[in-house]
Design a protein around this ligand. Sequence first.
Ligand code: UDP
Ligand code: MN
Length: 356
Amino acid sequence: MSLNRHIVCLLILEVTFASGLLYVCLTSYPIVNHKIWKHKQALFNLAVKEENVSPKELRRETGQSCVFPVHSPSLVPCQQNNLSEKRRILKKSLPWLELEATLNASKTLLPGGYHQPLGCASPQRLAIIIPYRDREVNLKILLNNLHRVLQKQQAEYAIFVVEQENGTPFNRGLIKNIGYVEAKARCHFDCFTFQDVDLVPESERNTYWCGARALHHSRELDILKYRIFYKYHFGGVITLNETFFSTINGYSNLFFMWGGEDDDLFHRLLKKKLPYEFSRYPRYTAMTHKNDPHHTKEEMAVYGKSHLRYETDGLNSTGRLYRLISVDYKPLYTRIYVSVNQTEVLTQLKHYGINL
Ligand code: UDP
Ligand code: MN
């Protein structure tokens, strides 16, 4: 090979190598870039979502008529009251009439357990949803404490007690979804709290309203010596906005009896990359009650995977699973009384290959 030919060959080789390299770079660039872009997009989405739910801007008047007598809110935003870190818990179970009289002494509570602060505007309208059956003493004590705390916080709110008729095993996730659906049908709410009937907040600073993240309130219970139950516990009392709850399709409807639906909800939040946080004033007093039967290990294993079905098992399938028996606007709360269609729940479970 002559020198010239050698140089030409080398040149050709170099050009081939360089263009090969260029080709590799060019083709892999979109891949690498796409990955970075996706990651950035995820962060961006999160940021956008957080921005969207700034607590002060969350309130959205929708023009929907409301069964509660909402007066046009004042233009003056409510000033934060002096909230005490540790409040005195009222543990006495009063007769209903007495309880209604003491709680409504200032006449600010309206039928259905609706309250709007007078003379100032609350930044959000909040629906408190309490899943309920056969815990009357707990309910009275909770209402006696919760109304006081919420009013001290200048919240605009309505309390919905969603009661499941006897005869079918208690289904907390479904009952909470029903509470959300039925509350929304009656008024526009910006924010939703799901509150167990037996947990009483110990601090007025434990604010019941929506921030930029889904909020777990009840992290520390007196009966557990205020130790955290487990790190990602998301049961008991939680607050989240309408967008978050509909994005995750609410709770699963398919958990009967005790436990599981709260862990499942937490998985749904993670799946949708929605931000969450823990209350800075997380102490609650837990009242005593009789316990529901727990699931077997096999049932829990089945249920443990239910977040994989979140797209079809949730708010969008709640409607078929219950019948509204009655709605009663009581002095301290709105009672939503429902019967659960257990046969249909079991049919849905079967549809997912689960025979319980
Ligand atoms: N619940 C109810 N009646 C029942 C079972 C459950 O009202 O028969 C509701 C109630 O709001 C209660 C919540 O579901 O606080 C959680 O159930 P439970 O108190 O039995 O569970 P745990 O105390 O073990 O979390
Ligand atoms: Mn309990």
